[in-house]
Design a protein around this ligand. Sequence first.
Ligand code: FES
Ligand code: FE2
Length: 384
Amino acid sequence: MTMTPPPVATPGPSLVSTLPGRSYTDPEIFRREQERIFETRWICAVRCADLPKPGAYRTVLVGRESVLITRSRSGGLRAFLNVCRHRGARLCTEDSGEVRRTLQCPYHAWTYDLDGLLIAAPNLANMPDVDRAERGLLTVAVREWLGYAWVCLADEPPSFVESVVGAVTERLGDPAAIERYGAGELALGRRISYDVKANWKLIVENFMECYHCATIHPELTDVLPEFAEGFAAQYYVGHGASFADGAEGFTVDGSPGFGRIPSLGEEQDRRYFAVTVQPQVFVNLVPDHVILHRMFPLAPDRTLVECDWLYMTEVVASGADLERSVELFHRVNLQDFAACERTQPGMGSRAYRAGGVLVPSEHHIGAFHRWVAEAIAPPVPDGA
Ligand code: FES
Ligand SMILES: [Fe+2]
């Protein structure tokens, strides 16, 4: 994304074009996005604490694939395609669960250890030529960062440091800034899943601009008054929006939140930072908690968004009332997703066939549009 200060006066045209409407409705475009973006990039899949011990597993949809994420006997993260190597049955059909030592296919009982090796199957002893490693589960690249397991379906994943960590550093301006929130050590205070009837790109675009904040986010602009100005204030390097003088915390009514995460710097206190990690993660940073959204596109007009509110372990362990803290961004989410759902039907209208426009405070969204367009562009045929 382009990182620019809030525009005072914009030379050149004020309005630039968006993607055309069919980018948000066409099943073929959606298929290409799944194949070329979600199945090639690092995807933030599950919170590591949701896999507390060997054999605990979660299944997530990455592009068009079900991916099974678990821990081996050594406690390390493992990710596999959730497909039995015998006749292709889905190995784990639940979203989450726990096995003791092995993953057994419910169809003909092929059995894999937690490293994916085929270790048992009916009559396997009579098939001495079967290579158990060769017939093991297909592995998926997995990395841990910010307390989440990130997976990548590509045979040769892009550099995690460049494509994921680099996106956060580019936004915050300082590689140490994100680490000071200690997201990996925070505890899950609340998780809310939103089934949004809108294309995933509408959700990304909405998160990237604040032109709408004054219109639809009264509680947020009370706490962050500069958001009411409609500038893309959150998008220039290193800038965090200041809390209102009267706001004691990042809460729905400006009431006090919790103690500041001790490792934060002074420049991070009483400030809100928003980061987008393309294609499917939004991170919101405030002094006493971290809010992390993961998006999973289900259809051209439907996206699952999982939102986690993370607090210091002692805050969660104390049983403190998180309600006013969670309520602020839950309302923001509902307001944002309602706006996206209101926009989705227009994407199929003849009025939007050629797309719409971005005002100057939204121009940086154009970089996202170009990124998507380049990713899904057909390859140049050989010899062309
Ligand atoms: S399909 Fe899994 S054991 Fe046959
Ligand atoms: Fe918003």
